[in-house]
Design a protein around this ligand. Structure first.
Ligand code: C2E
Ligand code: MG
Ligand code: MG
Length: 735
C-alpha cells in the first residue's frame, strides 16, 4: 500500500493520497495505521452512500410527484372551466333571459336574476350582457351595477373570437378561458342568450351574449385547494412561476398565468424521516466533524444547483428547450455591455399560422419543435438560437464579423427550410422571413431587436422566405403608413373614399352582367394611393371595418336599380365581426338593394386562418340571401377538402394565375384543370385580369362563366357605368 503513487487516479489514488496525508499527521503509524485507515475509509463511504441513496430515491419520488401534480393542476383548470361553462349556459339558455335581455331589455330583471340581487347565490362574480360587436349593454361587477365597466376592456382581443365561437355553439354552451383581471386572474365564459327550444326565438332579433367572470381570488382558490389537495395553491404571472406550477390559457389557447402550489416534496419528507437513524449510524461509524462538513458542503451545493436550475428554467422555452426571449435579451445585454460587436437575426415562420389553424395546436407544437431543430442545425455554432414565442426565433451572433456571419446564418436557415416538413403524417411547407440588425456603439439591445423586427417585416413584404438587413428607410416606410392611416381616418369620416366599378361580362355574350366595387382614395398630401397599400393600412389600423361599410353603402345605393350583380370585397375583419351581419342587414334595408343581387368577395387566405369560424359567418351571411365568392383563388392556399367545407357560390380566379399561364406551354390544360376543380365542386368561375382576346378565348374554353379585366373595361365611375348599362353600344365606343 505504501508504494501506491499519490497521483494515480480512482479509488487507489484516493487511498494513496489519504495515506500520504495520514502519514504526515503521525509518521509513526505508517504501516499498522494502513488497516485503520481502510476502516476509516469504509466507515466514511458506507454512510455517505446510504445517505446519497436515500436522497436520490427521495429526489426521484419528488420528480414523479411533480409530474402528477402538474397533471392534477390541469384537471383543476378544466374543472373550473366546466363549472363556469355550466353556469354560463344555465343563465343564458333560458326563455326569461331571452325575453328580458334580448327581445326587451329589462335592467331590473337582470339586477334581480344575475346582478346585484343575485350576488352570492350564483357561481360567478361579474356578469355582462354584450351585443354582437362586443359592446357592453349591462354590467354587474362583484355585486354592484357598473355603467362604466366594459367586457371588451376586460377580455381584450379574446372577446370577439369568443363571441364568434359562442354563436357557433348555437347558444348551448359557450367557450371559457382564463384571463387577467386587474392585478389578478379570472376565468371567463361567453354564451349566446337563447331560449330553450322555444317558439319565441326570433331569427332577426339582434344577437346578445352573456359574459360571466369568476375571480381566482382567495376564496375560489381556498375552495380549490380543499377539493384538489394542493397546499398553498395560488395564481402567479407567467414570468414568476416556480417549478411547482402549471400554466392556464385563455380561450385562444395562449398561456396567461399559472397555478402554483407549495412543493410538498414527499420524497424529501421520507428521506428526512429516516435521517435520524442514518445520522445515528453515521455518527457511530464516522468521525463526526469530517462527515458533518462534507454533508453540509453537499447540501449547499444542492441548493446552489437548484437555484441555478430555476434560473435556467426562467431563461428557457419549455417547448423547444431553447433559450427564451429573456435568455436572449440577457445574453445580448451582456455582450453589448462587454463592448462586443453583435448582430441580431430575427425570424418569423411563413405559413406556420395556416398549419396551426388548419391542423390544431398539437400538430403546431410538434411542427415548432421540428422546425426549431432544423434551424438549430443550420445555425450550428455560428450564434445562439432562441425562441421568442409563437413562431418567432432569433439568433445572437457575437464577434468582429457578426454582420457577415449573420447574413450567412440567414441564408442557411432559409435554404434549410426550403423542403417540406412531415408532421403528424402531413407534409407541410414552412419557411422563414428574416431581418438582420447589426449593433453599433450606443445602440441598446431593445433597439437592435426592434430594428431586426422591422427588417423582418420588410422581408415579409418583399415576398417572404428571404432576408433583409435593417435600413433606416424601413422606418420611414412605417412613418408613411402611419400618416396614411391618419389621413384615411379623416377621409372616411368625411365620406371622401370613392368607389369605382369594374364591369364583369358573361364569358360567351360579353354582355355586362355584373360589376365589382373597388375603393379609390386620394390622400390630401400624398396624392393617389394604390388600393393595395391603403387597404392593408386600413386592415392593420382597424379602419377597414369603416371602409368596407362605407363602400357597401355607397355601392348598394348606386347599384340598387342596375340590372346586374354587384360584387363588394370584404376583409378578414368582417369574417370575425358578428356585428357586420347586423350592419349589412341595415344597409340592405336602407338602400333597398335586393340581397340576391349582392355578392361578397372574400380572399381565400383570410378564410384559412379560422376555417370553422369563417364557415359559420359565411353561413349567417348566406341566410340573409347574399352570395359569397372566394376571391384570388389559385394563389395556392386552399385545398380541395377545405373548399368543400366552405359555403361558397363562386370562385374568382386571381389575375396572378393568369399572368403565369400566358407564359406556360400548357396554359390551356392548366386553366382547364383549375376551372375543372372548381366545377367539380359545383361552383362557377370568374376570371379576373383578362387583358387580351387570347386570354379570353383560353379561359372561355377552359369553362369560365364570367370574365373581368381591362379588355372589357377598367374600373369606372358609377355615372359612366350607369350610362354604359343603359346604352351599351355608344358609351363603350366612346370610352
Ligand atoms: P381584387 O378584389 O382581386 O380586385 C381586382 C383587382 O384587379 C383590382 O385592383 C382591379 O383594378 C385589378 N384589375 C382588374 N382588371 C385588371 C386587368 O385586366 N389587369 C390587371 N393587371 N389588373 C386588373 P385594385 O382596384 O387595385 O384592388 C386591389 C385589391 O384591393 C382588390 O383586389 C381587393 O382585394 C382590395 N380592395 C379593393 N377595394 C376594396 C374594398 O372596398 N374593401 C376591401 N376590403 N378590399 C378592397
Ligand atoms: Mg375582389
Ligand atoms: Mg381578385
Amino acid at each position: 500500500l505504501a508504494t501506491v503513487a499519490p497521483d494515480e487516479g480512482g479509488l487507489k489514488g484516493a487511498l494513496g493520497r489519504l495515506r500520504a496525508r495520514a502519514s504526515a499527521w503521525s509518521p509513526a503509524a505508517a504501516t499498522p495505521g494502513g488497516v485503520r485507515q481502510l476502516h476509516f475509509l469504509v466507515a466514511l463511504i458506507a454512510p455517505a452512500l446510504m445517505l446519497a441513496t436515500i436522497f436520490f430515491m427521495g429526489h426521484q419520488q419528488n420528480a414523479a410527484e411533480l409530474a402528477s401534480d402538474r397533471a392534477r393542476a390541469v384537471s383543476v383548470a378544466e374543472y373550473l372551466k366546466t363549472r363556469l361553462t355550466d353556469a354560463g349556459a344555465d343563465n343564458a339558455n333560458w326563455d326569461s333571459a331571452y325575453r328580458n335581455a334580448v327581445l326587451a331589455f329589462d335592467v331590473g330583471w337582470l339586477d334581480e336574476s344575475m346582478g346585484p340581487d343575485a350576488y352570492g347565490t350564483i357561481d360567478f362574480h361579474d356578469v355582462y350582457v354584450v351585443d354582437a360587436s362586443g359592446r357592453t349593454l349591462y354590467a354587474s361587477v362583484q355585486g354592484k351595477r357598473n355603467v362604466k365597466a366594459s367586457a371588451a376592456k376586460l377580455l381584450g382581443d379574446t372577446l370577439k373570437p369568443m363571441l364568434v365561437r359562442a354563436s357557433r355553439e348555437r347558444g348551448v354552451r359557450g367557450p371559457s378561458g382564463f384571463g387577467r383581471y386587474g392585478a389578478g386572474f379570472a376565468i371567463y365564459n361567453v354564451t349566446e342568450i337563447r331560449p330553450i327550444d322555444s317558439p319565441i326565438y326570433d331569427r332577426l332579433a339582434p344577437k346578445r351574449f352573456l359574459v360571466v367572470a369568476k375571480l381566482l381570488n382567495e376564496k375560489t382558490l381556498g375552495q380549490l385547494e380543499q377539493a384538489s389537495g394542493f397546499k398553498g395553491l395560488r395564481v402567479v404571472p407567467l414570468a414568476d412561476r416556480p417549478e411547482t406550477s402549471s400554466v392556464f390559457s385563455d380561450a385562444l389557447g395562449r398561456a396567461v398565468g399559472a397555478f402554483a402550489w407549495r412543493a410538498q416534496a414527499p420524497g424529501l419528507e421520507s428521506a428526512l424521516a429516516v435521517l435520524p437513524i442514518a445520522l445515528f449510524v453515521f455518527v457511530l461509524l464516522a468521525y463526526a466533524g469530517f462527515v458533518g462538513a462534507s454533508y453540509a458542503n453537499r447540501h449547499a451545493e444542492e441548493l446552489v444547483a437548484s437555484q441555478r436550475e430555476a434560473l435556467r428554467l426562467a431563461h428557457r422555452d419549455a417547448l423547444t428547450d431553447l433559450p427564451n426571449r429573456r435568455g436572449f435579451v440577457d445574453a445580448l445585454d451582456a455582450a453589448t455591455a462587454r463592448g462586443e460587436t453583435v448582430a441580431v437575426v430575427y425570424m418569423d415562420l411563413d405559413g406556420f399560422k395556416e398549419v396551426n389553424d388548419a391542423f390544431g395546436h398539437a400538430v403546431g407544437d410538434t411542427l415548432l419543435v421540428q422546425v426549431s431543430r432544423r434551424i438549430q442545425r443550420a445555425v450550428a455554432d455560428a450564434g445562439q438560437l432562441a425562441r421568442f414565442g409563437g413562431d418567432e426565433f432569433a439568433v445572437l451572433v457575437i464577434g468582429e464579423d457578426a454582420a457577415d456571419i449573420g447574413r450567412g446564418v440567414a441564408e442557411k436557415v432559409i435554404s434549410a427550410l426550403l423542403g417540406p416538413t412531415e408532421t403528424a403524417g402531413k407534409q407541410v411547407f414552412v419557411g422563414a422571413s428574416i431581418g438582420i440588425a447589426v449593433g453599433a456603439p450606443g445602440l441598446s439591445g431593445p433597439e437592435l431587436i426592434r430594428r431586426a423586427d422591422v427588417a423582418m417585416y420588410a422581408a415579409k413584404d418583399a415576398g417572404r422566405r428571404r432576408w433583409r438587413a435593417y435600413d433606416p428607410s424601413m422606418d420611414e416606410g412605417r412613418l408613411v403608413r402611419r400618416q396614411i392611416a391618419d389621413e384615411l381616418r379623416a377621409s372616411l369620416a368625411a365620406g371622401q373614399v370613392q368607389v369605382s366599378y369594374q364591369p364583369i361580362v358573361d364569358a360567351h355574350s360579353t354582355e355586362i352582367v355584373g360589376a365589382e366595387a373597388l375603393a379609390r382614395w386620394t390622400s390630401p398630401t400624398l396624392g393617389v394611393i394604390d388600393p393595395g397599400l391603403f387597404i392593408s393600412v386600413a386592415e392593420e389600423s382597424g379602419l377597414i371595418s369603416q371602409l368596407t361599410r362605407n363602400v357597401l353603402r355607397e355601392a348598394c345605393t348606386a347599384a340598387r336599380h342596375w340590372p346586374i350583380t354587384l360584387s363588394v370585397n370584404l376583409s378578414a375583419a368582417e369574417v370575425w365581426d358578428l356585428a357586420f351581419v347586423d350592419d349589412l342587414l341595415g344597409i340592405l334595408r336602407d338602400t333597398g338593394m335586393p340581397p340576391a343581387r349582392l355578392e361578397l368577395e372574400i380572399t381565400e387566405s383570410y378564410l384559412l386562418r379560422e376555417p370553422e369560424a369563417a364557415a359559420d359567418t359565411l353561413a349567417l351571411l348566406r341566410e340573409l340571401g347574399v352570395k359569397i365568392a372566394l376571391d384570388d383563388f389559385g394563389m395556392g392556399f386552399a385545398s380541395l377538402g377545405y373548399l368543400k367545407r366552405l359555403p361558397l357560390d363562386r370562385l374568382k380566379l386571381t389575375h396572378e394565375f393568369l399572368a403565369d399561364i400566358v407564359t406556360e406551354a400548357h396554359a390551356g390544360e392548366l386553366a382547364a384543370s383549375v376551372v375543372g376543380l372548381a366545377r367539380a365542386l359545383g361552383l362557377p368561375v370568374t376570371a379576373e385580369g383578362v387583358e387580351t382576346e387570347a386570354q379570353a378565348n383560353l379561359l372561355r374554353a377552359a369553362g369560365c362563366s364570367h370574365l373581368q379585366g381591362w379588355l372589357y373595361g377598367r374600373p369606372i365611375s358609377k355615372a359612366v357605368l350607369g350610362r354604359r348599362l343603359s346604352n351599351p353600344a355608344t358609351v363603350a365606343a366612346a370610352e
